[in-house]
Design a protein around this ligand. Structure first.
Ligand SMILES: *Cc1c(COP(=O)(O)O)cnc(C)c1O
Length: 398
């Protein structure tokens, strides 16, 4: 099947989704971005690209991932709940769909050194993995705090041959790592900057959404087989930058039937100053090269986000989501650390699946909906919980 979909008319030629998106970049990055912008659509529409991408997704990542009917969860919530099992992807999350796509673009552009930044470590692992596969040099920036929260992923990256550089400024988390990765790219314009979510300057949000759209094109086909329908009533996905949600929503963005639910991390609560719920707490602003909704003070300083899950600990949101949310084409909810932990243990005990903490936020949001018993809900299970075992053990009593 053809994984590169081109069904939605977004963004426009300048990379805008409504008023969000664009490319707000320092002059020193102009040529790098221009090179990518001028070439990405052509590269990804070549037969050779499509063949390589399809083949790697199938035989290396293990796609299509199952759409699993969760019998016990469905009985609990009295509706039909399907889990899209991105947790079963090679390396344990959806991120590798995107890194495979971008590494093929980087190769087509003749790049031999890859720069990435990572929060939970999942994007770093996915990038280091494909760099090992393609024999490319890999440099990963990671906040010092995240390095200590995600020691296993750091070890995996190092074993895969990547150089992991700690970001020691600011909150020492993802946004600081992103700043340092961009600095590296300015100094090394012959490297390829591999962004892990639907964020950053145009064309990244569009390119990443296209690569992740494999998730919703599979959901569509699989629902046809399971339920003889092609559109569910709800699609629920957690949102850090928003790539797994963009992928899970993509095919349903124009649907009159499907309600799209993005779930952000409320952290300790949206009025505690320890939160990452950008769509409620943020205002329009520019972060990392695009216009979107950003958590910021009244004078425009970025507010440090907080979530129990490193992958959702981001003060912005991709411009596609800013647009979908502000135009009410999708709904953005938020759940707290505690609600996510409770949903994680519930899924584990009910279905024997330990989810990533990020994905547990999507699961917790089922409690915020009032589904009818005939409703079909697809929850995008973005990743597995292995990387979060220390956090789970600290918070749960057995
Ligand atoms: C990184 C990550 C996320 C958040 O990133 P998005 O771009 O919002 O998808 C969610 N779940 C898992 C398992 C992750 O690793």
């Amino acid at each position: 099947m053809n994984y590169i979909m081109d069904t939605i008319q977004l963004p426009n030629s300048k990379g805008y989704y409504g008023e969000y998106g664009g490319a707000y970049i320092p002059e020193l990055l102009f040529n790098n971005i221009q090179e990518l912008e001028a070439n990405y659509k052509e590269i990804i529409s070549t037969e050779i690209f499509k063949k390589d991408f399809d083949d790697l997704l199938k035989n290396y990542v293990g796609r299509p991932t199952p759409l699993y009917y969760a019998t016990n969860l469905s009985a609990q919530y009295k509706c039909k709940i399907y889990l899209k099992r991105e947790d079963l992807c090679h390396t344990g999350a959806h991120k590798i769909n995107n890194t495979i796509g971008q590494i093929l673009v980087a190769k087509a552009l003749g790049k031999t050194r890859i720069i990435a930044e990572t929060g939970a470590g999942q994007h770093g692992v996915a990038t280091a993995t494909v760099c090992a596969l393609m024999n490319l040099e890999c440099v990963v920036y990671m906040g010092e705090v995240d390095i200590s929260r995600q020691a296993t992923n750091v070890a995996r990256m190092k074993m895969l041959g990547a150089k992991v550089i700690p970001a020691k400024s600011g909150s020492k988390t993802l946004k600081d790592a992103t700043n340092e990765a961009i600095r590296d790219w300015i100094n090394n314009p012959n490297s390829y900057y591999l962004i892990g979510s639907v964020v950053g300057p145009h064309p990244y949000p569009d390119m990443v959404a296209r690569f992740q759209s494999v998730i919703s094109s599979e959901i569509k086909q699989q629902l046809k087989q399971h339920q003889n329908i092609s559109e569910p009533d709800f699609v629920i996905a957690c949102v850090g930058g928003g790539s797994n949600a963009a992928g899970a929503f993509y095919e349903f963005i124009d649907s009159k039937k499907t309600k799209l639910i993005g779930v952000e991390a409320a952290g300790k609560g949206i009025d505690t100053r320890h939160s990452a719920a950008t769509m409620v707490l943020g205002k329009d602003g520019i972060l990392h090269g695009c216009k979107s909704v950003v958590m910021q003070t009244s004078d425009g300083q970025v507010i440090e986000p907080y979530s129990i899950s490193a992958g959702l600990d981001y003060p912005g949101i991709g411009p596609l989501h800013a647009y979908l949310g502000r135009s009410k084409k999708a709904t953005y909810l938020h759940v707290t650390d505690d609600q996510a932990l409770e949903a994680a243990i519930n899924l584990t005990r009910k279905e024997g699946i330990i989810p990533a903490l990020e994905s547990a936020h999507a699961l917790a949001a089922i409690n915020l909906l009032s589904p009818k018993d005939t409703d079909v809900i697809v929850v995008n299970l973005s990743g597995r919980g292995d990387k979060d075992m220390n956090t789970y053990l600290q918070h749960l009593s057995y």
